[in-house]
Design a protein around this ligand. Structure first.
Ligand SMILES: [Zn+2]
Length: 454
């Protein structure tokens, strides 16, 4: 990254600070930014802002850390919209599967300030031991399980920030991959199928993606004999067959969570992805503003390509929903309630929940779908504060970067979002973004959206 240019310090005064640590809000706070770093945070009574500072009046406003989306895919420049993340207050993302040339080029362009965008951390291609699912081959790399250490070393040498294991990785290979990744200082994220349930935790995986881990709660009689051979979509379809029959309070759930929590394996449920299941839910999954692009005030502000894709996807969903029987719609709705209850129970048992969206998977919008993920976490039962932690300090800690971003404290990157209303009173207020500061640069969301649309 190039050296930050000299700019006058920025001082936000009079705002209510929610610093991302979980501490109670601090009223009438002063936050001083010097270059790309935060230099001072405290009550106004600590002293006036530095002479010559650019002042931002924060009275009546709420300042939170820049948000992190822990599950995105770059998928090449056409599908990924870096400025949208910033416009949505997302100042860091973790790409969990993509090709290194795309990722390194985009990161360089963002770091140089050429492309406005979030801090981009990435795993490079996700690793498969078996035949990669053809639809995702462009994000995958097939590896020889007997030499998994070489694959990890190669990625570590290429500068990745974490490792992603995918559906055909077996438990033994996962364990060796995690051991080598640990030696190289890298965390491991897994979209599991072949490695079953809490076996991922036993192998040393740092975070399980989506909610495939709950497959371990399925009745033995319908468990797929070779889950690693199902496509991710087939596996998802299989889950919806039995989720309605799971009791979220059952002992089997406690045993599963005990193993995950004992191993400190986090859960990134990507609720927003499951909520997009065709036709299942109507309005009662929470705020409607992202459910249906024809009702969202966001839609007209999005770039044409994003708008068309979103509208097209929702038309597809409506057609699919029209063919769903009343009974299966009811079962899907019950299964969804169970998923929410499982996420809440995992959180209450002491598990670490992280916020991710899997953007740009179907009907998921760069940046803005993270707001919806936070709403769904609150709907599951997390407090608004815990939902915010899942997108601020918890992601940074999981990536061993708590000293770089994720909270608002002196010495950390100046990544913050100024909101026009209190997100702890109503998590939907994370959408009320007035300004975004990313590594010390001030952005107006509307200007970013206008540029993205041009
Ligand atoms: Zn993904």
């Amino acid at each position: 990254m190039s050296a930050p240019e000299r700019r006058p310090p920025i001082a936000i005064t009079g705002a209510t600070l929610i610093d991302g640590t979980g501490r109670p809000p601090l009223a009438d706070a002063t936050i001083v930014i010097d270059g790309d770093r935060i230099s001072r945070v405290g009550p106004a009574s600590d002293g006036p802002p530095p002479d010559g500072a650019q002042l931002i009046d924060g009275r009546g406003r709420f300042v939170i850390p820049g948000l992190t989306d822990m599950h995105v895919h770059v998928l090449g420049p056409d599908r990924w919209h870096a400025p949208l993340f910033l416009a949505a207050g997302v100042t860091s993302v973790l790409d969990l599967g993509g090709q290194l040339p795309d990722l390194t080029a985009l990161r360089a362009s963002i770091d140089a300030g050429t492309t406005p965008g979030p801090r981009l951390l990435y795993t490079g291609p996700f690793l498969e031991e078996g035949e990669p699912y053809s639809g995702f081959a462009h994000m995958a790399r097939r590896v020889d399980g007997a030499h998994i250490e070489d694959a990890i070393d190669e990625l570590a040498d290429a500068g990745v920030h974490a490792i992603k294991l995918y559906v055909t990785i077996t438990p033994g290979t996962a364990e060796r991959a995690c051991a080598r990744a640990r030696e190289r200082g890298l965390r491991v994220f897994m979209h599991q199928q072949e490695t079953w349930g809490a076996d991922a935790a036993d192998a040393g995986v740092d975070c399980v993606e989506h909610m495939m881990v709950f497959g371990a709660l399925a009745p033995e009689a319908i468990r797929p004999p070779e889950p690693g051979r199902l496509t991710p979509f087939e596996y998802g379809g299989w889950m919806w067959r039995w989720l309605a029959d799971v009791d979220p309070r059952a002992d089997a759930v406690s045993r599963l969570f005990d193993r995950l929590i004992a191993a400190d394996t986090a859960l990134d449920p990507t609720l927003v992805l499951f909520a997009a299941r065709p036709g299942a839910f109507g309005d009662d999954v929470g705020d409607t503003s992202m459910d249906d692009p024809e009702r969202t005030p966001l839609l007209p502000t999005l770039p044409g390509r994003v708008r068309e894709e979103l509208t097209g996807r929702w038309a597809e969903r409506r057609r699919a929903a029209a063919g769903v029987s009343r009974r299966s719609a009811d079962r899907m709705r019950t299964g969804w309630e169970h998923l929410l209850a499982l996420v809440d129970r995992f959180h209450r048992a002491g598990g670490t929940v992280l916020a991710g969206t899997d953007c740009p998977n179907v009907a998921i919008v760069s940046g803005f779908s993270l707001h919806r993920e936070l709403e769904l976490l609150v709907r599951a039962g997390l407090s608004p504060m815990h939902a915010l932690l899942a997108a601020t300090s918890r992601p940074a800690a999981r990536l061993d970067r708590a000293d770089e971003f994720g909270t608002i404290a002196p010495g950390l990157a100046a990544d913050l979002v100024m909101l026009g209303a209190d997100p702890l009173a109503d998590i939907r207020n994370v959408r009320r973004i007035e300004r975004v500061i990313a590594r010390g640069r001030v952005h107006e969301p509307q200007a970013l959206l206008d540029d993205a649309r041009a």
